[in-house]
Design a binder for this molecule. Structure first.
Ligand SMILES: C[S@@+](CC[C@H](N)C(=O)[O-])C[C@H]1O[C@@H](n2cnc3c(N)ncnc32)[C@H](O)[C@@H]1O
Length: 380
C-alpha cells in the first residue's frame, strides 16, 4: 500500500504543496467530523473540497491499509488462493476503492487473480471520481478489470436489483455501516433484507464489514455479525474462530484490532504533536457461507485461541483476555512457571495461539501450566 501514498497526496494537492500546519489542520478537521462533530456531520460531507482533501491524505491510506490487512488474511486460505477471477461490490466506497489492496496482493504474488469486476457505490460524485482515478493509476498491467463507479443510495432497493446480477464473490462495507445505521436509521432486519438476496445460489459469498475501533461502532458491528450468522447462515472467517455469539458482546465488552502501521512519510510529523498514527485501530468481521475459517490454515493439535487484550503484567503472573469457544476467558501464567524465551510473553493483542493443556480455575478463568506447549499461530 505504501507505494500509493504519494499518489493520494498528489491527487489531494495537484497544484501547491501545503505546509505542515495546513496538513495538520486539515486532518484534525476531518477527524473531528467523525468523532466530536459526528452528530452535526452533513450527509454530503464528501462534497466539500476541504473534507475530501483531508480524507485523501489521511483516511484513504489508513482505510486501504486496514482492507489490505484483511484481504491478506483471506489470501492465506486455499479456497481464496485458487481463484483467478473476482467480483467485488464496495458499498459506500467513497474515494477509497477496496480493490486497490487486491491489486497489491496480486503484485506481491499473494493472489493469482487475473480478471476483476468491481462496482463501487457511493452517493457522492466527487468521491467516486477520485476513486476512479485511483483505480486507473494503481491497476497492475497484468490484471484486466471492469470497474464501475455508481452514484446511488445504499438504501435504494432498486440499486440492489442491478447489483445482484454481478453475483459478487465479495461485498464490502468499509466504514459505511455507521452512515446507514446512525444517519439513516436503518435497523438490523432491514439490513438483513438488503444482504439476503445476495446469498441465493452463492455458496462462496464473502461479506466484509469494517468499522472504526470505537466502543459504539464495534458493539454494533458484532451485534450485526451475530444476526447475520443466525438469520443468514453466515460463518466467520476472521477474526472470530467460530459462529458462537460474540463473546465480547455477551460480556458487555467490545473487541477491536490494533495493528502496527507505517504511515505515509508526510504524516510522520503528526506523532510529535500528539496524534496516534502508528497503529490501525478498527473492528471488523469477514463472514463466509462455506464455513472456511482462518484456523484451517493453522498447524496445531492444541486448543486454538485468539488474544483480544494486551498482555497484563501483574504481581506473580502475566494475564490476557482471550476469545475461546464463545467465551471471553481470563488466562494467566504464573511468573514462576515461565520458561526461558517463553512464547506466552510474545503474544500480542490479536495474536492467534494454541495451548496443549490448561487448568480451569473457574468457567471463565484458566491457568497455563509450566509444561503446556504454547504455539504462536498467526500474528496479524
Ligand atoms: C466514511 S466513508 C467510507 C469510505 C470508504 N469506504 C473508506 O473506508 O474509506 C462513508 C462513505 O459512505 C457514503 N455514504 C453514506 N451514506 C450513503 C448512502 N446512503 N448511500 C450511498 N453512499 C453513502 C459517503 O458518501 C462516504 O463516501
Amino acid at each position: 500500500m505504501t507505494k500509493h501514498y504519494n499518489l493520494f497526496f498528489n491527487l489531494a494537492f495537484p497544484n501547491k504543496v501545503p505546509t505542515k500546519q495546513q496538513i495538520k489542520n486539515l486532518i484534525l478537521k476531518v477527524s473531528d467530523l467523525f468523532t466530536n462533530l459526528e452528530a452535526e456531520r452533513p450527509a454530503d460531507y464528501m462534497n466539500s473540497k476541504e473534507v475530501l482533501t483531508g480524507y485523501l491524505i489521511y483516511f484513504v491510506p489508513v482505510n486501504l491499509s486496514k482492507i489490505y490487512n484483511i484481504f491478506k488474511e483471506l489470501a492465506m486460505h486455499n479456497k481464496f488462493l485458487k481463484k483467478n477471477e473476482l467480483r467485488i461490490i464496495d458499498l459506500g466506497c467513497g474515494p477509497s476503492p477496496a480493490v486497490v489492496p487486491i491489486f497489491d496482493l496480486i503484485e506481491e504474488g499473494k493472489l493469482r487473480i487475473n480478471h476483476i469486476r468491481y462496482a463501487g457505490i457511493d452517493s457522492e460524485e466527487k468521491a467516486l471520481k477520485i476513486g476512479e482515478k485511483i483505480v486507473q493509476k494503481t491497476k497492475p498491467e497484468k490484471v484486466s478489470i471492469k470497474a464501475e463507479f455508481i452514484k446511488g443510495d445504499l438504501l435504494d432497493l432498486s440499486l440492489y436489483k442491478t447489483l445482484r446480477d454481478i453475483k459478487p464473490d465479495i461485498i464490502i462495507f468499509s466504514n459505511s455501516l455507521g452512515e446507514i445505521f446512525d444517519k439513516r436509521g436503518i435497523n438490523i432486519d432491514e439490513f438483513i433484507n438488503l444482504i439476503k438476496p445476495f446469498t441465493y445460489k452463492n455458496p462462496d459469498l464473502t461479506l466484509i464489514l469494517i468499522e472504526p475501533g470505537t466502543k459504539k461502532a464495534s458493539m454494533r458491528l458484532h451485534g450485526i455479525r451475530d444476526n447475520l450468522i443466525e438469520k443468514l447462515n453466515f460463518y466467520p472467517y476472521s477474526p472470530c474462530l467460530n459462529n458462537l455469539p460474540c463473546s465480547a458482546l455477551k460480556a458487555k465488552n467490545w473487541c477491536y484490532e490494533e495493528r502496527k502501521w507505517s504511515p505515509p512519510e508526510y504524516l510522520v510529523f503528526l506523532s510529535s504533536v500528539g496524534l496516534q498514527i502508528n497503529y490501525l485501530k478498527f473492528s471488523y468481521v469477514v463472514l463466509r457461507r462455506d464455513k472456511a475459517n482462518i484456523s484451517d490454515i493453522f498447524d496445531t493439535d492444541g486448543h486454538i485461541i485468539k488474544n483480544t487484550s494486551h498482555l497484563l503484567n501483574e504481581k506473580g503472573k502475566v494475564r490476557l483476555w482471550a476469545c475461546w469457544n464463545g467465551k471471553l476467558i481470563d488466562m494467566e501464567k504464573l511468573k514462576r512457571d515461565l520458561n526461558e524465551d517463553d512464547n506466552w510473553l510474545k503474544i500480542k493483542k490479536g495474536t492467534y495461539f494454541s495451548v496443549e493443556g490448561v487448568i480451569f480455575l473457574s468457567d471463565k478463568k484458566v491457568r497455563i501450566p509450566k509444561d503446556s506447549e504454547i504455539k504462536i499461530l498467526y500474528e496479524p
